[in-house]
Design a protein around this ligand. Sequence first.
Ligand code: C5P
Length: 232
Amino acid sequence: DSEPDLSGLSVLITAGGTREPLDPVRYLGNRSSGKQGVALAQTAAARGAAVTLVAAHLEVPPPAGVEVVAVETALEMQRAVAERAGASDVVVMAAAVADFRPAEYADSKIKKSHDGPGDDSAPQIELVRNPDILAGVVADREGGDTPFVVGFAAETGDSTGDVLALGRAKLARKGCDLLVVNEVGVGITFGQDSSTVHLLRPGHEQVTVGPAPKAAVAHAIWDLVRSETATS
Ligand code: C5P
């Protein structure tokens, strides 16, 4: 059992992959399993934090002892986060949020056309940008320093150096306090039980954790969050 060293902290965690519906039977989705976000929720609760998990599609059950707010789309997640972020000490955005959603939702199933022999036409699906939920939480702080905001970045690159450079640029662009950088690809990190991450903070050297089980990665993140929020 862990020390309750996060007791008194209110944490909001997003997890899983959003699903952006096209019609009643289809959606645009992604490979996020939600395992890292669920591990963060489980470990924070075990360390005494009051945890709210804003859960998009998860392939693992949410942990016991946390409040779960189920959402499907990025817009639903944005609303759930905006309602709660201001009252949270720490916001961790571990969800894989779709950057784009279909511009239109079709109320009935999109059909193949049969306008004659040899008709193999296909619909064009227009996409629109989703809001950046993390950037919104940072903007809503209006220069204040609460909540402490943790972002995730799934980056591909030819080398760890490339991935770290992309991570540093993203940390600056997003304005969050800690960025957890993963190297991803099919079968790497997404859906796996362990990962290697680089923890980036403004003005600090990176801390690399792993390869380690996602619960160990989560504990390392909470150790850093705790040290950063204890002094502020
Ligand atoms: O820019 P990118 O998608 O790589 O940033 C990833 C981080 O931003 C993650 O923490 C993710 O949860 C968050 N994000 C978000 N809203 C979006 C896209 C990403 O909060 N629309």
